[in-house]
Design a protein around this ligand. Sequence first.
Ligand SMILES: [Cu+2]
Length: 189
Amino acid sequence: MTRSATVANKRSSPILLIAGITLVAVALVVAVIAAKPGADSSASASRASLPAPTAAAAPRPAQLLTARESQFDFGSISMAAGKVSHRFWFRNEGSNPLSIQRIYTSCMCTTATFVKGMRKIGSYGMPGHGGPLPDVNESLAPGEAAYVDVVFDPAAHGPSGLGRTERVVTIERAGGERLQFDFVANVTP
Ligand SMILES: [Cu+2]
């Protein structure tokens, strides 16, 4: 009986061993499967961060005109003190030269002069007020900046021009987008 028990033990030992190996194997597989989602999420996280450097390395658009500031507040200004002015800067952020085709203002009390370096072009006002406006047709090289010198005459409308005033100066590039510069002022006598 002892012998057969021993034999039985000897026989069952390999079975136990196999069962043990199987358990360890199953545990390993479970561990690997459990670890996978973590590995997957970190992989997808690094994949998600990849488009950022790709976007940064993307070439500049051929044509892009951008404004440094598009709104300005003169605050309180008086008719008696006369005209006020402000410079609105813009820049060619594209990779190709572009042409500033037109500049115009929303009202006859406001004029805009194109200034690039030492060049000053025109005094552009409201379209249709005193005839059609001539085109500007000034080029900007890639990276080059210029500004419009905007002059507002708070007395141009007389007493009816008192109070809060908002005007717009528009710049159009040839075959493309417009930039709009708004300014506000509170006009006092
Ligand atoms: Cu006006």
